[in-house]
Design a protein around this ligand. Structure first.
Ligand code: FES
Length: 146
């Protein structure tokens, strides 16, 4: 793997071992569950909105290194953003992991650019994003990456 790839892999492992914003937000105003039926991994996202802005967010669940690191980095990326900003960010992130869009400007989320070479991992990287979108849309039923 090249140097940049090594750096990305290091950051993914670091977030897997020490995930940020891990847990359940007691005063959450929105919540959702998501699962990846391919492997059975599940995640729960709780968040607190202030007006249209995500004031705080947590995630909980057990998953592979990619899904855990992606959830961790997602929580950092969405704090302080509105629902429409999160929608736009996820669209760009999804395009990048599908290999259909550039990584430029995605900041730390760029570490997942290599996922496009492993199609089965796209669902791992997207699980937390599908789940937060469901929370923002007020969906009651668990969402799936399928
Ligand atoms: Fe289950 Fe990655 S293997 S989410």
């Amino acid at each position: 793997m090249n140097e940049l790839g090594d750096l990305y892999q290091e950051m993914i492992l670091e977030h897997y071992k020490s995930p940020r914003n891990f847990g359940v937000l007691e005063d959450a105003t929105r919540a959702a569950h998501g699962d990846n039926p391919l492997c059975g991994d599940k995640i729960a996202v709780t968040l607190r909105m202030k007006g249209d802005v995500i004031e705080d967010v947590r995630f909980k669940g057990s998953g592979c290194a990619i899904s855990t690191a992606s959830a961790s980095l997602m929580t950092e990326a969405v704090k302080g953003r509105t629902k429409s900003q999160v929608d736009a960010l996820f669209e760009r992130f999804h395009k990048m992991v599908m290999g259909a869009g550039p990584a430029d400007g995605l900041d730390k989320l760029e570490v997942f650019s290599g996922v496009s070479e492993f199609p089965i991992r796209v669902k791992c990287a997207s699980l937390a994003w599908h789940t937060i979108k469901a929370a923002l849309e007020g969906k009651k039923d668990p969402v799936s990456t399928e």
